[in-house]
Design a protein around this ligand. Structure first.
Ligand SMILES: Nc1nc2c(ncn2[C@@H]2O[C@H](COP(=O)(O)OP(=O)(O)OP(=O)(O)O)[C@@H](O)[C@H]2O)c(=O)[nH]1
Ligand SMILES: [Mg+2]
Length: 470
């Protein structure tokens, strides 16, 4: 049953700011706030004012004035929650914020739970579930790229795509289900060729969107960059330089790093997650072997692999090292950058172009070769530039639907499987009732994404992670 109570919360961060905003939502919010508010310079009361107006005045408790404030009013349904909503902008003192909130609670509002304003927006049809989830992503976005992706989702790019596929499929389902009513007469209302074309399109579209999760996840949590190579080449030194912090232990003893160490930094519009790993070599040492196994694991998970070597190594040695790497794990499909370190010890710079030519064929895609000195912090900017230019990350456009949410990925993946079953069914002339079952299943998973099909438990899990006041 819909919750009709009036909810209130401080919507700005805890602590003192220049101003703070307190939100009140629910039927009766305006008249509730009116009990505490005296307008100045306005002949109209809050209730008499139009939606989207802002009134200047004071919040009082009996005869005592608490603060001079601005009150914005939003009448239903033209508000964030779709309900009557009030925002009180007061001075940022913690005491003022708390006093006003307490006054509202005393008047009969109750404290909002995390994400409850957005939950109401969803329940009132202001946005679907995937858009509501994007609100939380937008608030927590820490890089330009993750902001773009979250904004696109909040504005409904992803929802629209699902909704369009849903409508077209629904149309066919009703035709196929109609056939069932006439099963005696063996008629086909739903043109199978057309249906097949549509389902092929759905399979293609769902597959593409599901695949975007890897990219979306990288954008949201940091693009994973594994720093790997033989012991002692300077991997930990590079990590420390990139993070500008002595995070990893550096020593001249080969095999210093045993476990992976990672942290994120912003570069340009993107967030990168750098992972320093145990150096790869043949060893009988148990702990080091486990570390090396983990290195391979990190390579598997990475989008970008920085293979580091000593700049004094000959192309043959490099070839051997890279060959061993390719044997230990699959680097195809990853962005590979060959980083030649300790340039400062070399009299003349390595011929990166010649090395690149000699090594071509090792990796299916094009790869960069760069010389640096991690200790002297030389070539680091160039390395970062190469990182920014690599992979699919550089030009995310505002139209791209990129999913970042594991819940959406799961539902997409399942709907993709179910859509493929429809195709198989069509190929083997499956009877209409069985076809309709798979079609309904696809719709069901769509519904899970948009929230047409949902449970209190799912909603609870999603909105629990929001901040109070949003
Ligand atoms: N001359 C010079 N020495 C460097 C450079 N980078 C790292 N070193 C030195 O090389 C040694 C090994 O550096 P680390 O960063 O610990 O190397 P690593 O690759 O992490 O080694 P493991 O953890 O054992 O795999 C240390 O003595 C560093 O000071 C560099 O650019 N120039
Ligand atoms: Mg190390």
């Amino acid at each position: 049953m819909a919750d009709e109570s009036i909810i209130a919360a401080i919507a700005t961060p805890a602590g003192q700011g220049a101003i703070a905003v307190i939100r009140v939502s629910g039927h009766g919010s305006i008249s509730l706030t009116e009990q505490l508010f005296r307008p100045r310079y306005s002949q109209k009361t809050l209730s008499e004012s139009k939606t989207w107006s802002i009134l200047y005045g004071e919040i009082h408790s009996g005869n005592e004035v608490i603060d001079d404030v601005l009150v914005s009013i939003f009448k239903a349904p033209r508000s964030y929650t779709g309900e009557e909503l009030v925002e009180i902008s007061c001075h940022g003192s913690v005491i003022i914020q708390k006093s006003i909130l307490n006054l509202l609670l005393r008047q009969g509002a109750r404290l909002a739970k995390p994400g409850e304003f957005t939950l109401r927006a969803f329940l009132n049809g202001k946005m679907d579930l995937s858009q509501a989830e994007a609100v939380a992503d937008l608030i927590s976005s820490s890089s330009e790229a993750s902001r773009k992706v979250a904004l696109q989702q909040m504005r409904g790019g992803f929802s629209l795509q699902i909704e369009m596929l849903r409508e077209r499929l629904l149309n066919f389902i009703s035709l196929v289900e109609l056939e069932l009513d006439f099963s005696e007469e063996d008629v086909e209302f739903a043109d199978r060729t057309q249906l097949k074309l549509l389902v092929e399109e759905i399979v293609e579209s769902l597959g593409k969107t599901a695949r975007s999760f890897e990219l979306g996840n990288a954008i949201k949590n940091g693009i994973p960059v594994a720093i790997i190579g033989k012991p002692n080449v300077g991997k930990s030194t590079l990590l420390n330089v990139l993070l500008n912090e002595e995070k990893a232990i550096v020593s001249e003893i080969p095999g210093t790093t045993r476990d992976s160490i990672e942290d994120t930094i912003h570069v340009g519009d993107l967030l990168f997650r750098f992972i320093d790993t145990a150096g790869i070599r043949q060893t009988n040492e148990v702990i080091e072997s486990i570390g090396i196994e983990r290195t391979y694991e990190q390579v598997r998970k990475a989008s970008i692999v920085l293979y580091m070597a000593d700049a004094s190594e000959s192309p043959d040695e490099l070839l051997k090292g890279l060959g061993e790497l390719a044997q230990g794990t699959d680097i195809d499909g990853k962005v590979l950058i060959l980083v030649l370190n300790k340039l400062d010890l070399l009299k003349c710079k390595p011929e990166t172009q010649i090395i690149k030519k000699k090594l071509s064929g090792l990796h299916s895609a094009d790869f960069d070769v760069i010389g640096i000195s991690a200790r002297e912090k030389e070539g680091i900017d160039t390395l970062l530039q190469i990182l920014l230019q690599s992979g699919n990350f550089k030009n995310i456009s505002a139209e791209d639907v990129i999913i970042t949410n594991a819940r959406h990925f799961e539902a997409l993946d399942k709907s993709h499987q179910a859509a493929k079953r429809i195709l198989e069914g069509l190929d083997s002339n499956l009877p209409g009732d069985l076809l309709a079952m798979d079609m309904r299943e696809v719709l069901n998973y769509f519904g899970e994404i948009t929230g047409h099909v949902t449970t209190d438990e799912i909603l609870g899990n999603i909105f629990r992670n929001f901040c109070i006041g949003k």
